[in-house]
Design a protein around this ligand. Sequence first.
Ligand code: GDP
Ligand code: MG
Length: 597
Amino acid sequence: TDLAHIRNFSIVAHIDHGKSTLADRLIQYTGAVSEREMKEQLLDAMDIERERGITIKANTVRLEYRAKDGETYVLNLIDTPGHVDFAYEVSRSMRAVEGSLLVVDATQGVEAQTLANVYQAIEADHEIVPVLNKIDLPAADPDRVREQIEDVIGIDASDAIEISAKTGQGIEDVLEAIVHRLPAPRGDRDAPLKAMLVDSWYDPYLGVVVMIRVMDGIIRKGDRILMMQTGAKYTVDKLAVLRPKMTDVAELGPGEIGVLTASIKQVRDTRVGDTITHEKRPCAAPLPGFKPAQPVVFCGLFPVDSNDFEALRDAIEKLALNDASFTYEMESSAALGFGFRCGFLGLLHLEVVRDRLEREFDIELITTAPSVVYHVHMKDGTVRELHNPADMPDPTHIDHIEEPRIKATILVPDEYLGDVLKLCQDRRGIQLDLTYAGNRAMVVYDLPLNEVVFDFYDRLKSVTKGYASFDYQLTGYRADNLVKMQILVNGEPVDALSVMVHRDRAEARGRAMVEKLKELIPRHMFKIPIQAAIGGKVIARETIAALRKDVTAKCYGGDVTRKKKLLEKQKAGKKKMRQFGKVEIPQSAFINALKMD
Ligand code: GDP
Ligand code: MG
């Protein structure tokens, strides 16, 4: 295809504003799939994405559209993930296209992820077409949202397109805008091959599939290629475009987006953002701005039943085939036995992986407290990366500890602003900015990631009745007074409950944790002390009273079926328990003990 007839674009939106629905409508309108094949949210392939309504991996589709000017255009849509954890993937896929549709729910307005994603598009020099969605709803207020887009984002919204992705109203206007308002790609067919690795995934039949955007040159089936960052060399076995079904093509030229296979063993061998060129005639320099995605949140995953360890290993290896950003290594804990220490791009990523393990592989897991990566500066001048509070070196050898900080942007109706400020303040936040757009406030905070990884988002949602939106980016490391707090149950430290805390917040955190545990651990036949301690010093303590009577006693021995049911219920409950010395701790306690109210 000649460059003048290609348009490459992505759709940026806050979660739930209708990105996937719009993508479906565009696919349907251009007839890329038959009615019969059309299922809702075609691009969200994984079940979990579908259920949670979030797009995890970037997807792409090639559409053919005959415009009103009589010409036929090739439109490549790259669907980007909407969540902050995948910001790096978003930024790479943005560089693979020239324009963006900015979808804003006309009943909601601009939200935090709208901002984060549109800034990425602006940074990538995109032409941006604002699209106001859900105008079929009575609550839609397109004029207000137009104004908001201009005030908050600072782009012209006077010719924003009003649509309903649900009913299909306005879809043709969107297609015409893609053709006439977005620029055609540029590139040189005769230059050495330069293509960007946009995404990769594991396909059970094809092996590793790599999605590319060709910048210059031509790639053909059978070519010897070089990945410039990893130095790996391969032969292209298959070259195809996604319509959205994979359709073989002989070559891909400048401006085109497609996929290749090349007998690549694992997704790990492909780096998103890498530059692909020809082995024989490489391009002079790789594409700028490459950085490998780094895990920022770590936690331990242990099977509830230690017999499931091998099954867990298999499951983790299978998952890792398709997700290069997730890291794992074996870990053993005195209390939990064998398991894995896993690293994730963020909290959502952690949740998604844990969910998939439990659901797709049917393994019950204990998840230990999520931890960020600390930099421990030792007195001898060395620096250690601490992924697990249990590995904390002897404090007498530590000079200081640094923790990761983030810049968080929160948008909230001003009636809830006070609660949001208090929450951020409680989490050791430093306010950087506070501005208004209409009756919505935008606050920017510098916060320790550690205070956010656990339940910040849940708390934010609950204090603002769901009206706040939140986005963050890592900014760097800073030293602070950080200590390891241990939890002792019946006198024995339970490593899986150890956390890193700020010294000033340790008493409050410790008290909250032991109080929570007192509720979460069932009574036993004996008294159980629960203590929080720093070094050898106990800073908070609770005691679970001993159980006096058999649980079935209250059935008066009369009703046999009821008694049986109770015993069965107890037995089922047991499966989710874990033995620590003489004490049984329910699986849920490990996560719930950390929630702060
Ligand atoms: P995404 O998270 O941005 O991909 O959003 P989705 O496309 O999954 O849409 C979120 C929800 O909004 C779904 O329940 C859609 O059915 C609904 N939705 C999307 N577009 C429209 C629209 O134009 N009108 C109405 N009424 N609902 C819509
Ligand atoms: Mg979606």
